[in-house]
Design a protein around this ligand. Structure first.
Ligand SMILES: [Zn+2]
Length: 383
């Protein structure tokens, strides 16, 4: 039975969207999150950058479309997409999406589907069984149940964009749930959001390898409790072997903050065995996170194109070094005030160190400088 709901029209980017009058998901069978506009703005930049690297016209699938905000914006604002398929199990959501599609005159591009998500991804009836060029999976909570059918539904070289909102799980509040949903152990550290991101990429890569596929991360960011990743999916075993060494562990010393990554390959196939003591403070306070993704979590070329096209600060250049240092947390422990982040970066750079900001935390830096050196720069700057 159709449920009558009050609707309103809002504008996002250059797209008009018919959405429920109230934003509360609890009372209504469909949902639109107005705070998602910024995240969807970022998506459009990413999809445009991806489409500009591909020949021909592309098929986009919005697998958990809700009232269709992301998919309809792709149909209206992104270039290169000939077909956008909006799937949602709720009739109310699809009815709203249909109204928005008409309002934006994109009816020719848009197709609708009302299926459970894995059934939609497996059958792909709306594209005549063809695999998708771009797939978005944007669930409440974890995307874990949809990874297998999502990966299988993409063409070779297709793009998978994925959201996760279970930040408590990914950041280490519920480690047993993380082991079940992401197959890896999280770490409650100053860079727990990065660990969470690497758990998502890790699950993607480990699932891909099982299916003789592989992934190549392009970009990721988080906004409060909302994690977003963008990855290219490749078909075939050759790149799967590369993914093997990009799965590993993060070792973190909870006494002094020392950290390092080690590949699964090295753990299981190397003859040398690492000592269990922290190489920095010699304590036995090292904990292991993972298995997770220890490779790059961005493609610099892709991020550069996104920055050039949008000038959004989220796409500013960033180092590939794993794990960041939260300067506010460090200075809190040291009992000094926090200097300007750019001064810290400049000082480290002039000492010959690599150092950059990170889009995963506005108060943090990535650097190859060891901890004592970062501390002495912080002290020097507030003296
Ligand atoms: Zn230590």
């Amino acid at each position: 039975m159709a449920v009558a709901i009050q609707t309103k029209t809002v504008r996002e980017g250059s797209t008009k969207l018919v959405v429920p009058e109230q934003d509360e998901p609890v009372k209504f069978p469909t949902f639109f999150n107005p705070k998602g506009e910024y995240v969807r703005d970022i998506s459009i930049v990413c999809y445009n950058a991806f489409a500009s690297s591909r020949k021909g016209t592309l098929v986009f699938a919005d697998s958990l479309a809700g009232s269709g905000a992301r998919g309809i914006r792709v149909a209206n604002e992104a270039k290169g997409f000939s077909t956008v398929i909006l799937n949602d199990i709720s009739s109310t959501s699809i009815d709203l999406a249909k109204s928005s599609v008409e309002l934006n005159n994109v009816s020719e591009k848009c197709k609708f589907s009302k299926k459970e998500v894995c059934s939609f991804l497996s059958l792909r009836a709306e594209s005549g069984g063809e695999r998708f060029d771009v797939l978005d999976i944007d669930p409440f909570g974890t995307p874990s149940p949809y990874i297998d059918c999502g990966l299988r539904s993409l063409k070779d070289g297709g793009l998978l964009s994925l959201s996760a909102t279970d930040s408590g799980v990914l950041c280490g509040v519920y480690p047993r749930v993380a082991l079940r949903k992401y197959l890896g152990f999280p770490l409650r550290t100053e860079y727990s959001h990065e660990v969470g991101m690497r758990l998502i990429f890790g699950l993607l890569a480990m699932t891909a390898m099982r299916l003789e596929l592989s992934i190549e991360p392009l970009f990721c960011h988080h906004d409060m409790h909302y994690f977003r990743t963008y990855s290219i999916v490749h078909v075939g075993n050759s790149r799967s072997r590369q993914n093997e060494v990009e799965i590993g562990f993060i070792l973190h010393c909870f006494k002094c903050g020392w950290r390092s990554t080690v590949s699964r390959d090295d753990v299981f196939f190397s003859k040398e065995k690492d000592s269990e003591k922290c190489p920095s403070c010699k304590s036995s306070s090292i904990r292991v996170g993972g298995p997770l993704w220890i490779g790059k979590i961005q493609s610099r070329d892709f991020v550069e194109i996104c920055y050039k096209n949008s000038r959004m600060t989220i796409f500013e250049p960033e180092s590939d070094l794993a794990t960041y240092y939260d300067l506010s947390e460090m200075t809190d422990i040291m009992g000094v005030r926090t200097p300007k982040i750019m001064d810290v970066i400049t000082n480290l750079n002039s000492a010959g160190r690599s150092a950059s900001r990170t889009r995963l935390n506005p108060r943090a830096i990535r650097t190859d400088a060891p901890l004592p050196e970062i501390r002495s720069v912080l002290k020097e700057l507030v003296r």
